[in-house]
Design a protein around this ligand. Structure first.
Ligand SMILES: Cc1cc2nc3c(=O)[nH]c(=O)nc-3n(C[C@H](O)[C@H](O)[C@H](O)COP(=O)(O)O)c2cc1C
Length: 379
């Protein structure tokens, strides 16, 4: 892993090791992928301000996220099907995050279940909730997350209907993978992946399988899931969820100032400025372009997190400079997971932390608290 010196190295290795359908699932954005591209392009446009001759000997990337200590302002984002990128992928990613001292978020759409992960790690993790039409099932999921001592509930609010990703449809993406001729050839050339997935605890959605009556076989499970996202979801449901969840609630998928203001009124502990990694409303603004107005409107009332396009420590610095308290990473750690399991995720976090540390030195700051607009170059 030491020869992997940047996230792009992990990405290329990932592409060579994981079957095409799952790589496409990770890399895709919705429709024409304009928002996916804007997330990266707008981050890259922000230039950092080179400063010199400050004593930067004693630097620290340490901070707090929702009041808990973290070694850098980063959490791993919820990513569905991580256990198909590498067998037991959710457990590997959670262990790497916890060893690095940052939060991990388990997706509702994970392969390993809440209980599988809780049984395999030492510390609490966050659980991400999709609200489904079957409210009895949603209530049960919240209770399971509480029983597993999850330390925050991340409620995703930007997926009432699913943005279309062309490649998933063309690939016939299914869980477990559909055995088509072209898949067989692809999988045959990815033996390490196949072995890890075969050895993994589960081959289907661990939080859902076995918990829905009459949904024992996987075909009906996939049909059930696609029909389950709830277009009727509204702010009253957020209140209902808050009444059921005893701990910290985070709203994920805020991209509008008006929504941020309403979000704060729910008493949420944090809002995540996010467009779902460019996977939902194509044509929506980049996440980073909406961060400053949202911080300006509600940043003094609640903790603002950011995701969308983070591929380096420099990107974290850009988001913190524009007012985020911390960031989430999705694809960057999935590249690490596919490239090398737990060690690959650990390496992704280490690369990003080192880049942040060096960027701090070269912009003349020694602590996360000092990072503000002064580290951005006037253009
Ligand atoms: C493959 C993939 C699966 C995802 N699955 C989920 C999910 O299950 N729940 C969720 O709230 N967000 C999901 N997201 C969105 C991420 O949590 C996050 O918002 C996004 O990846 C951030 O952008 P980045 O990938 O550029 O870092 C997913 C993203 C990707 C790339």
């Amino acid at each position: 892993m030491k020869t992997m010196t940047c996230i792009e190295d992990l990405r290329q290795t990932y592409h060579g090791k994981v079957p095409r359908a799952f790589v496409d699932y990770c890399e895709s954005g919705s429709y024409a992928e304009q928002t996916l591209r804007a997330n990266r392009a707008d981050l890259e446009r922000i230039k950092l301000r080179q400063r010199i001759l400050f004593d930067v000997t004693n630097r620290s990337t340490k901070t707090t996220i929702l009041g808990e200590p973290a070694t850098l302002p980063l959490a791993l984002a919820p990513v569905g099907l991580a256990g198909m990128q590498h067998g037991d992928g959710e457990i590997h990613a959670c262990r790497a995050a916890q060893a690095a001292g940052i939060p991990y978020t388990l997706s509702t759409m994970s392969i390993c279940s809440i209980e599988d992960v809780a049984g395999a790690v030492d510390k609490p993790f966050w659980f991400q909730l999709y609200v489904m039409k079957d409210r009895g099932f949603v209530r049960a999921l919240i209770e399971r997350a509480a029983a597993a001592k999850c330390s925050a509930l991340v409620l995703t609010v930007d997926l009432q209907v699913l943005g279309q990703r062309h490649r998933d449809i063309k690939n016939g993406l299914s869980v477990p993978p559909e055995i088509r001729i072209k898949n067989i050839v692809d999988i045959a050339t990815k033996p390490a992946w196949a072995l890890s997935v075969v050895r993994g605890k589960r081959k289907t959605f661990g939080n859902i399988a076995g918990h829905i009556r009459g949904m024992e076989n996987v075909n009906s499970l996939s049909v059930w899931i696609s029909g389950q996202f709830d277009p009727a979801l509204n702010w009253k449901d957020v209140e209902w969820i808050k009444s059921l969840w005893p701990g910290k609630l985070i709203l994920k998928g805020i991209l509008d100032v008006e929504d941020a203001r309403i979000g704060v009124q729910t008493g949420a502990a944090a809002l995540i400025v996010s467009n779902h990694g460019g996977r939902q409303l194509d044509g929506a603004p980049s996440s980073i372009s909406m961060l400053p107005p949202i911080v300006e409107a509600v940043g003094s009332d609640t903790e603002i997190m950011f995701d969308g396009g983070i591929r380096s420590g420099q990107d974290i610095m850009r988001a913190i400079a524009l007012g985020a308290r911390s960031c989430m990473s999705g694809r960057a750690y999935i590249y690490g997971l596919g490239a090398g399991g737990q060690a690959g995720v650990a390496r992704a976090i280490e690369i990003i932390r080192n880049e942040l540390d060096v960027s701090m030195a070269l912009t003349g700051v020694t602590s996360i608290a000092e990072i503000d607009r002064r580290v951005i170059a006037a253009m």
